[in-house]
Design a protein around this ligand. Structure first.
Ligand code: SF4
Length: 586
């Protein structure tokens, strides 16, 4: 294993992942061995192993069952199913059973919200559409120690569920057509066309792709890298899963076109750990492209155009969707976001100029190479050109994948997916925006409602306080812990919401939530912390009765008398003057 990775320290995450797949967990002896072989301090290797949710430094059992804990899975009954399984297996949630065979717990979101409730087994096998019947059968298979590979195959079936296709999900260009068009234009000509298209990144930030490629192309370095961010971790987003499952050729072609423009010889795809089951199919597509001369040396006979792609599998850390954290992870480190500048286009992977784009962006680049920037710019709106793919889930008749030109009304999407009696839509996942029925006339686009792709529908029977609480738990779970406002702030938010849920809250707690939002928005190191209170802010402002139902008092009522509690201290110190009472302390 170590030799296959050439004992390179920046392969550490991959080495640990493969080692764990073999051993079941990462013992201290294993970590020491790896540290020694890579000439790294043990503390560093241990720090990496403890950072990622999918690495285990304690035994987790022969069967590790992770229920997807996204709100849409909860709406479909995932919590009751988890408890049913735990009851049948006689194991406490989150604990390892005494015989060391099985553990059952939750993970943030498996990217299967359109066919949940879903679970991940041993980090590489999925089960979709869980029912009480499947849970009963699953418990029996685990008790009989049947290997997951022998479980019913239909359990792991994942459908694309493409409900509406436009240019990106419609007919695909033949492999190599986009590359041929790019070669014909030359690197600068291709870059000019990407700029003409006004393509903006589909991962959420919406940065101009042409500008990013230009900056990387102009940056000085020994080598340049192209990275595909396939770490689709925002709960409620699963459109990249479909692009990677059925449109991988178009995605890899887009990476190759980017390599042609920026002068890169090496590409990397960062595949989220939850999509581990896609690794072999993706590698097969890469191999086929090599055999067709679309990867490797002298691509399409173009002397000097050498480029290949390697796939790196993540290990369960939402923060690695942030491009600098993703690069840290690719370098075998903890996924802590970097201080910027310098930006990755100047100093990215291994300190070299690096382009990082989302799966959907590379897909769009291929279509632009084939059809031209002028064609692309005619789709969508002047500020938001082209189409956007949406992952629709929640309370609707037809969850799945929908592709629309930018500028499409929220209400149109709700009509198409069969949503009725809709109370709210969460667009862009927990870090996005929660829209009330008054806003269903708004339009998808960078100028109005930007989105990375999640579209979660909640009807009027849903408690939006519970939705916000699920999102708060998600951010607390996924905070990387690097900066205090986020590490502590996200926990404080969860505690306040739990207090409200238990019926101990007052309007003072709602005010504190506002203050925490303000604090975190301005003081955190990266976007995760800054966005962590977005769902709270929106739901408190637009759905306040959902919170007021949980309030016992509209006025602040302290849980205890602090001044009275200090009486023992006053007694001990012999002081009981006015200055020793709280009300007199300025
Ligand atoms: Fe980590 Fe949160 Fe700070 Fe981002 S804001 S660096 S996720 S602790």
């Amino acid at each position: 294993l170590l030799d296959r990775h050439q004992r390179l320290p920046h392969r550490l995450v991959q080495i640990l992942r493969e080692l764990q797949a073999h051993q079941g967990w990462l013992s201290r002896e294993d970590l020491s061995l790896v540290a020694h072989a890579l000439h790294l301090p043990l503390a560093q290797v241990q720090g990496v192993a403890e950072f990622y949710h999918f690495f285990h430094t304690r035994p987790v059992g022969q069967y590790r069952v992770l229920f997807s804990d996204n709100i849409t899975d909860r709406l479909l009954g995932s919590e009751a199913l988890l408890h049913d399984l735990c009851h049948r297996l006689k194991v406490e949630p989150g604990q390892l059973r005494a015989d060391g065979r099985v553990s059952v717990t939750t993970t943030s979101c498996t990217g299967l919200c359109d066919q949940g409730p879903a679970a991940l087994i041993n980090h590489h096998q999925i089960i979709t559409k869980l029912t009480p019947g499947r849970i009963e059968h699953l418990a029996a298979l685990i008790e009989q120690q049947v290997p997951p590979a022998q479980w019913p195959t239909e359990w792991s079936r994942v459908d694309d569920q493409i409900r509406l296709a436009d240019v990106k999900l419609g007919a695909q260009p033949a492999p190599g057509k986009g590359i041929a068009a790019a070669i014909a234009r030359g690197p600068q000509g291709m870059l000019d066309d990407i700029k003409r298209s006004k393509l903006r990144g589909r991962g959420g930030a919406g940065y101009a792709t042409g500008t990013k490629w230009q900056l990387c192309r102009n940056a000085r370095g020994d080598t340049h890298y192209v990275i595909c961010n396939a770490d689709e971790g925002e709960p409620g987003t699963f459109k990249d899963r479909v692009l990677l499952s059925s449109y991988a050729d178009t995605v890899f072609e887009g990476m190759t076109i980017a390599a042609w423009v920026v002068g890169s010889r090496q590409g990397l795809m960062y595949l989220r750990g939850e999509y581990r089951y896609l690794l072999e199919p993706l590698q097969a597509v890469l191999q086929s492209r090599r055999e067709q001369g679309l990867l490797g040396k002298a691509i399409q006979g173009q002397e000097g155009f050498d480029f290949d792609i390697d796939i790196h599998v993540g290990a369960g850390a939402y923060v690695c969707g942030e491009e600098s954290a993703l690069i840290e992870s690719l370098e075998g480190k903890r996924g802590t976001p970097r201080i910027r500048p310098p930006f990755p286009v100047e100093q990215g992977y291994l300190g070299q100029p690096t382009v990082v784009n989302n799966v959907e962006t590379f897909c769009a680049a291929t279509h632009i190479a084939v059809n031209g920037g002028a064609w692309w710019v005619r789709i969508g709106t002047p500020q938001s050109t082209g189409t956007k793919i949406h992952s629709v889930s929640g309370d609707c008749e037809r969850p799945g994948i929908y592709e629309y030109p930018f500028g499409t009304r929220i209400g149109r999407i709700l009509e198409d997916c069969g949503a009725h009696n809709t109370q709210a839509v969460q667009v862009g996942g927990p870090s996005g925006v929660c829209l009330s029925a008054l806003e269903f006339g708004r339009r998808i686009g960078f100028e109005d409602v930007p989105t990375a792709g999640a579209f979660m529908v909640f009807n009027r029977s849903r408690d939006l306080f519970e939705v916000a609480r699920n999102f708060a738990q998600f951010f607390a779970h996924e905070s990387c812990g690097f900066c205090t406002p986020c590490r502590v702030g996200t926990e404080l938010v969860v505690r306040r919401l739990d207090k409200l849920k238990k019926g101990y809250g007052s309007s003072e707690d709602v005010q504190v939530l506002y203050e925490l939002d303000k604090l975190m928005h301005g003081a955190t190191h990266c976007g995760l912390g800054a966005a962590a209170c977005n769902p709270l802010r929106d739901t408190i402002a637009k759905f306040r009765p959902a919170y007021e139902r949980h309030l016992t008092s509209l006025h602040f009522a302290p849980g205890f008398d602090l001044d009275a509690e200090l009486s023992q201290a006053r007694l001990a110190t012999g002081r009981d003057d006015t200055g020793a009472h709280l009300e007199n302390i300025a």
